[in-house]
Design a protein around this ligand. Structure first.
Ligand code: URP
Ligand code: ZN
Ligand code: ZN
Length: 460
């Protein structure tokens, strides 16, 4: 069945022009005047931008952690993503201690299959670096898992030593994969946490006070040095601190294959939220934590100047009632994470394009094209071209959108951006040629989303 999109303005990371689109068998079949004239159905995009569907390269659906499970599963999470104009998510499968990577992939595949409403892929979290898991990396790459996250935080559970990270980087370089790091100095943070608890400092603000930005800057710098020694590219996830941005910017200036990702929470929210009355600060407990406001200015500047390459969400939601309150008497028991998969595109359009920090092409680059290239999905995803998947967002730049937990689609009882009114509105969303969101109405279905085997990374 063919679908036409007429009268819109197509915007990619490099071009913007009025043209019609014809979609056949889920792919873009033709672009140009009149190509949609004989399509079975047409969408009228008069006054609208036609954007590539967003790619969220950092989500945690159905993630068991801290004695609970993240509140969105693959169905509710990908559905919410679609409402927000995201048509591909890359989630994280986690190796268990003593477990194989294949077992982790099987476990996460079972969670997603039949439930995902949009296409999805997986990164692999290497939680137990040993000769077996290092050897298995090549088979993972062959299976389409071409990126591996290592933790420099959480000693005793997820944290790897520098030697382990270095070895993983060497293996990644040998099999053309990408290492991602969670860059915080876990040993120092753990000591600061113990000291805070000993002093009876248990309120949510101490989560942030025990994870200073210097701990992120130091770990980022160390990860860059390890990657340089290993001759491997590096992708630093959820960058929040100016020290970390400075380290990435320096490395990129010297030709390093270093990429950085930030998230809307670090652009729009700040440390001040930890001082909200009562236990409200728990809503913002995540790692790295929110930073003092000047860090956000530096992050925006880094997005403008390509010192940072991607905006993802690190969507990892927990209900305030029943989950966040597990840590009411002790901040270390608050599950770490924040919702956001539904709000990323609109927040970035509002703060970036409407806020005159960068243009539409940079917006598309940060939210779709760069993640598609870095994570081996381009040109199937991340652009509008003949042969690409017809993952499209019809976007009204003059529309407005009010963020509220009362109307959002994420399965979580609060929204960290509650009450924020944004410029720009998502009108329709198409996934592989199917209209799945139509002016706030859900037309998609669980199981429509397909697993995306990913190739090796390309520099954006
Ligand atoms: O607090 C966070 N970010 N939770 C998700 C796990 C991670 O480290 O990305
Ligand atoms: Zn992380
Ligand atoms: Zn994460």
């Amino acid at each position: 069945m063919s679908l036409g999109i007429v009268n819109g303005t197509i915007v990619t990371a490099v071009d913007g022009y009025p043209a019609d689109l014809r979609i056949e068998a889920g792919r873009i079949a033709a672009i140009g005047a009149g190509v949609a004239d004989t399509a079975a159905h047409t969408l009228d995009a008069t006054g609208l931008l036609v954007l590539p569907g967003g790619i969220d390269a950092h989500t945690h659906f159905d993630l068991p952690t801290g004695g609970t499970v993240s509140a969105d599963d693959f169905e509710t999470g990908t559905r919410a993503a679609a409402f927000g104009g995201t048509t591909t998510c890359i989630d994280f499968a986690t190796q268990s201690k003593g477990g194989t990577l294949q077992h982790a992939l099987d476990t996460w595949s079972a969670r997603a299959e039949g439930k995902a409403c949009i296409d999805y892929g997986f990164h692999m979290i290497l939680a137990d670096v040993n000769p077996g898991s290092l050897a298995e990396m090549r088979a993972m790459v062959a299976a389409g898992i071409s990126s591996f996250k290592l933790f420099m935080a959480y000693p005793g559970s997820l944290m790897s030593t520098d030697g382990e990270i270095f070895q993983a980087m060497q293996h990644a370089a040998a099999c053309s994969a990408l290492v991602q790091v969670h860059a915080e100095n876990g040993s120092v943070i753990d000591l600061m946490v113990q000291q805070a608890l000993a002093a009876n400092h248990k309120a949510p603000v101490y989560h942030a006070l025990t994870r200073p930005s210097t701990a992120e800057g130091e770990a980022t710098q160390r990860a860059i040095a390890l990657a340089e020694m290993a001759g491997a590219p590096l992708y630093v996830v959820h960058v929040s601190a100016e020290e970390a941005v400075d380290a990435i910017a320096r490395a990129r200036c010297h030709g390093g294959m270093i990429l950085g990702e930030t998230c809307p929470q670090y652009l729009f929210l700040s440390h001040d939220h930890y001082l909200d009355p009562g236990f409200e600060g728990a809503k913002y407990v995540m790692s790295p934590p929110l930073r003092p406001r000047h860090n956000a200015d530096r992050l925006w500047q880094a997005l403008q100047s390509d010192q940072l390459s991607v905006v993802a969400t690190d969507h990892c939601p927990f209900n305030f009632r029943g989950q966040k309150d597990l840590g009411r008497d002790d901040f270390t028991k608050i599950p770490n994470g924040i919702p956001g998969v539904e709000n990323r595109l609109q927040l970035l359009y509002h703060g970036g394009v409407a806020g005159k920090r960068f243009n539409l092409h940079r917006f598309v680059q940060l939210t779709a094209t760069a993640p598609a290239k870095i994570f081996g999905l381009f040109p199937r995803k991340g652009t509008i071209a003949v042969g690409s998947d017809a993952d499209l967002v019809l976007f009204d730049p003059a529309g407005r959108h009010l963020i509220s937990a009362a109307t959002h689609h994420m399965r979580v009882d609060y929204n960290p951006y509650e009450g924020l009114e944004l410029q720009g509105r998502i009108v329709q969303v198409v996934s592989r040629g199917e209209l799945i969101v139509d002016r706030g109405r859900w037309l998609g279905r669980a199981g429509h989303g397909q697993f995306l085997p990913r190739r090796s990374p390309a520099m954006p």
